[in-house]
Write a protein that binds this ligand. Sequence first.
Ligand code: TYM
Length: 336
Amino acid sequence: MRVLSGIQTTGNLHLGNYLGAIKNWVKMQDEAECLYFLADLHAITVHNDPAELRRNTREMAAALIAAGIDPERSTLFNQAQVPAHAELAWLLNGTARIGWMNRMTQFKEKSGKNREAASVGLYVYPVLMAADILLYQATHVPVGDDQRQHLELTRDIAVKFNADFGREVFTMPQPYFGATATRVMSLRDGSAKMSKSDPSDMSRINLSDDSDSVAQKVRKAKTDPEPLPDTVEALEARPEARNLVNIYASLSDQTLEQVLGQYAGQGFGQFKPALADLLVETLRPITARFNELRGEGAELDAILQRGAEKARALAQPTLDAAYQALGLVHATSRAT
Ligand code: TYM
């Protein structure tokens, strides 16, 4: 079992990232060899200020460590320090089909109405993601539900490459989803995903928010006037209520049924303060550690450098095998 996952370098984590992915990353450190990386090469598919990208990469490393990723146990690095990601992505561009790319819903969402003006990088973003995963023969990829289609594409690319060149170059990866919170929704709109790109900061809980803002955001979260029901089915038509119950369940490692067992019949006047307390309690140590670490630029750089060294060595055999399978004359034993 080899676990791999990545996150874009946006400088801050929100509750969706944490519950949908990072919490599982942290747990999996006890069970398997884990590689976690900052997807800075993905970040450049939209325009970024270079100084900000650099700062965000460090901040994100600090945020992941604060959330519980242990760089002594897991390989933590940023993509740009491991050229094999970009190289393999190019090799896989010969296997990925335009028809497959055209089905990617995230490209459609991210490119918006003006698709012609989107970068080519944004279009082939999922191929780089396939390269990230296949390069390390990852078996399990802990992600939120919004990455499901990209994981399917990764498998399609691996199957076609292995079949076209008659060798098992790539291992078939499986997505890994947590029991709850695979989709954390906006606090203002239960039909939209909690996201860093939402213009309203009230729509999301950031891991850097202080206790007062967390409590205020929960208090102001959109809900309905009904008390909480006693069955999960009764939550189906109430997306905002469902989202808050889901967040509570995930934070407290319970099922939705268990949470409803405790709160059925109670209104949001009771449930929201309980949720706010639980959130504050969970986030307080993470935020405190994040604030401590974010000032330690040199130490963070050293951690990423050490991680990248390990990652380069792990990636090289697969990259070589891919070059060979394609019949490319390549440098077999480049220094890692
Ligand atoms: P990114 O940076 O958008 O998000 C990082 C992780 O957080 C999850 N996530 C959510 N989960 C539940 N509810 C939400 N509202 C929510 N918002 C975000 C995402 O599913 C993801 O797991 N393309 C990836 C980064 C990436 C990657 C990879 C992931 C690049 N290469 C290889 C896995 C393997 C992305 O943009 O995630």
